[in-house]
Design a protein around this ligand. Structure first.
Ligand SMILES: Nc1nc2c(ncn2[C@@H]2O[C@H](COP(=O)(O)OP(=O)(O)OP(=O)(O)O)[C@@H](O)[C@H]2O)c(=O)[nH]1
Ligand SMILES: [Mg+2]
Length: 443
């Protein structure tokens, strides 16, 4: 019986194979071509009908005749728009209820050790921004949210940097938002100027060339900002006494109440780098960054640890895939930036002049450094901190975390490809890393 079943199975399989011969394949191709041209015909027909209908609808005589219909249509459009706004405002109050009405259930804070009492321990940390006098209103808007959502419970100090002296209006304006201490710093020449070894002719030629190639392509100040944020701010005496910093910016939103201390969470869990948005860099701004990074790795293999997190920033060929942590929000243990390895890396980059000849951003630089110099377990995605910068934002990805947030989840970036890469990435051993980027490990 078993034998008979087996041979029947074989006959079926051979039969199936032989029916899919060349003739059948051509027939299939012919049929699919025919059905494709049929669909095009239908589409063409429908489009012609649609155009005719639109021109009929908008013809002057009809517009006049159906003015009442148009009026009703407009009214209902406005009504639904208003209704939607009302719904949003209503939902917003609900979502904020924990803050306004003192409901204490917060699953994130439970897990992360929320203790907001004024006697709880504070970390050696500051909120830091580089900002212009002209951005006062936008800075106030960011601060109001951060204070309401979080810092009024902790009173961490602020440090503001500027390449010009802060005006009295700015000082008074930001101090009116917070009880915390604010330090105002005017940056001196060594933090905010073109390095002497930059070839001015090459710089000007490239500036001109890149003016229209990408955003801020023709701006010196943007490049000075990127250099300051990449390799200088953490060395400034105003930050010397702090270990952790949280970078803030004008005109950003913080969507969630934070009922625990992220700085404390970083320390107690030995975390080094915290982010909330992972994003893709504009390729033309960093044309030679990865090549220059590889040169540094080749010359300084001793700094590469036994395991690192580089998997998420590498494509299959071992090249940089442009993913980075968006550094306009970052919470970092600055001992990392002050380490020999990081210092050596950014000096190498600075010597190559890429901040100025190209437009290397601090975000890919921080991210590449953190990913190649740290194990994945030292980098933390603050998934619970909903955040917006320009028109990109993230909201917590699950209900438990979004309990205290006001978020429109539909367009949130937490499902973007770089976030997925981060979530899926595995730690790379030292030898796997060298093999992947095609550099001999013991060179
Ligand atoms: N004082 C000062 N601050 C600056 C200067 N350029 C940029 N900044 C600040 O540096 C931070 C980043 O600059 P942005 O212009 O926001 O750059 P970005 O975030 O890459 O770009 P946007 O999408 O336009 O926000 C912001 O906090 C700015 O206020 C400058 O020339 N002087
Ligand atoms: Mg910005």
């Amino acid at each position: 019986m078993k034998q008979r079943l087996l041979s029947a199975g074989k006959t079926l399989a051979v039969g199936a194979k032989s029916t899919f011969n060349k003739r059948n394949f051509e027939k299939l191709q012919k049929n699919s071509k025919a059905s494709f041209s049929f669909s095009i015909k239908i589409l063409n027909h429908l489009l012609t009908r649609l155009c005719a209908f639109i021109s009929w609808l908008f013809s002057p005589s009809n517009l006049k005749k159906h003015s009442l219909i148009w009026f009703v249509f407009l009214l209902s459009f406005l009504f639904f728009k208003k209704l939607n706004n009302y719904k949003l405002a209503h939902e917003r109050t609900d979502d904020l209820s924990a803050y306004y009405y003192g409901i204490t259930y917060d699953p994130v804070a439970d897990v992360r050790g929320g203790d907001t009492s004024s006697t709880s321990e504070r970390e050696n940390a500051a909120l830091v921004a580089l900002v212009r006098n002209s951005e006062l209103k936008d800075m106030q808007a960011s601060m109001i949210q951060l204070e309401n959502r979080w810092n009024h419970k902790y009173n961490y100090p602020y440090v503001f940097f500027n390449d010009e002296p802060f005006s009295d209006e700015f000082r008074r304006g930001v101090q009116s938002i917070t009880k915390s201490n604010i330090t105002f710093v005017t940056l001196t020449h060594e933090y905010w100027s073109l390095p002497e070894d930059i070839d001015l002719v090459r710089f000007m030629v490239n500036l001109q060339k890149n003016r229209r190639r990408y955003i801020y392509g023709g701006k010196l100040s943007y490049r000075l900002m990127c250099r300051f944020e990449s390799m200088l701010f953490y060395k400034h005496p105003a930050l010397a006494s702090y270990k952790y910093y949280w970078r803030i910016e004008p005109d950003v939103d913080y969507y969630c109440n934070i009922n625990y201390d992220p700085f404390r969470y970083m320390r107690t869990n030995g975390l080094v780098y915290g982010f909330t948005i992972a994003f893709s860099e504009i390729k033309s701004t960093i044309e030679t960054l990865w090549e220059t990074t590889k040169q540094w790795i080749e010359q300084n293999p001793q700094y590469i640890p036994e395991e690192n997190a580089a998997d998420w920033i590498l494509d299959d060929d071992g090249n940089y895939n442009l993913c980075h942590f968006w550094s306009n929000f970052e919470i970092v243990d600055m001992d990392f930036y002050r380490s020999q390895a990081y210092e050596s890396y950014v000096k190498h980059l600075d010597d190559a002049g890429g901040y100025f000849y190209e437009r290397w951003g601090d975000a890919p630089i921080h991210s590449i450094a953190a990913s190649i110099l740290l194990p994945k377990s030292k980098i933390f995605w603050f998934e619970d901190i909903g955040y917006r910068h320009s028109n990109t934002y993230v909201c917590p990805s699950n209900f438990e975390m979004s309990y205290n947030c006001f978020c429109k989840k539909a367009h949130s970036y937490h499902r973007s490809s770089c976030h997925r890469k981060w979530s899926d990435a595995k730690g790379l051993s030292r030898s796997q890393f060298f093999e992947k980027i095609s550099i001999p490990e013991n060179n």
